[in-house]
Design a protein around this ligand. Sequence first.
Ligand SMILES: Cc1ncc(COP(=O)(O)O)c(C=O)c1O
Length: 359
Amino acid sequence: MKRVHNFSAGPATLPLEVLEQAQEELTEYQDTGRSIMELSHRSAHYEEIDKQAKDRLRSLLGLGDKFEIMFLQGGASSQFMMAPYNFLSKDQTADYIDTGRWSDKAIKEAKIFGNVHVPFSSSEGNYDRVPTQEELNFSDNPRYVHFTSNNTVAGTQFPTEPETNGVPLVCDASSDFLSRPIDVDKYGIIYAGAQKNVGPAGVTVVIIRKDFLEQADTENVPTILRYSTHVEKIFNTPPTFNVYMVNLVLKWIEDKGGLSWFKSFNEEKAQKVYDEIDADDFYRGAVEKESRSLMNATFRLPTEELEARFLEEAVEHDLYSLKGHRSVGGIRASIYNACSMGSVDALVDFMSDFRKRNG
Ligand SMILES: Cc1ncc(COP(=O)(O)O)c(C=O)c1O
């Protein structure tokens, strides 16, 4: 077996231990004589997986009993629609902080349901930063404040939650979910497509605060698109294998030492990459230093020709998926939880060597 250094932005690298356990159990899950994919979602075995995954999320994030957890389909993109569908109407306003491609998509969807006020946008600077607290110009009485905690495309990340003085945050945490501790009491909803930090593509983790859920206005919302439907019970067939995988990843996160451990680990990895970028002016960070993401490090080389050569030679060193998002170009190294220190060291060594030969 040969595994490469995988810097894909998503679906992203998964812990080898998790893949190996899944491989071991693939054709026979526990004593069932069947794969987990062949078991009913109403079976005791699947119910136990669902419960374990929820218990683990509760404990890792410190959710207590104030939050409900759902495993939904439709990707994070469906949440762009589902959150305002449940919580925003024509006579109401929600505030949406615009820090990138995904925020912008969330804003477009929310506008279908109600008024959107944008308290800050970095679109004119090609989304090269997130706001400081002072720059946030909230509306008078927003229903909620939506933000994208990590901007996967640009490579920026909020260092901490924006302060909203009690207005619930609705957060697209797709690309930094469980990468560090968060202040859960500030959130009404946290949603994340699994395919970056917690599992394979196909399941979206949605966490909702109970007292916020009670405020939902869903009279005209189709049953399957109401959060309450999924909170009450497993409503329809969930992506069972994906939830099984998420549960294995959550166990792996626990075994490593939880979110504080990952915070330090992710900081150390990112520091190595950014130190290499900042060593001289051969590499150029694509975003403002204060806004840099610990998950997606984006940078440029002196010319596009050199960037193309960098990507070509990287593959020869088993360094894969380093091409920046098609909308921005350049290089992007996605170094989520499951990206090992060994992969980061290999990348940094290659960057250093490439600079010596081409700088
Ligand atoms: C921050 C963020 N939000 C939303 C999405 C869209 O997620 P999905 O493809 O699961 O709808 C992505 C995907 O890359 C993302 O990075």
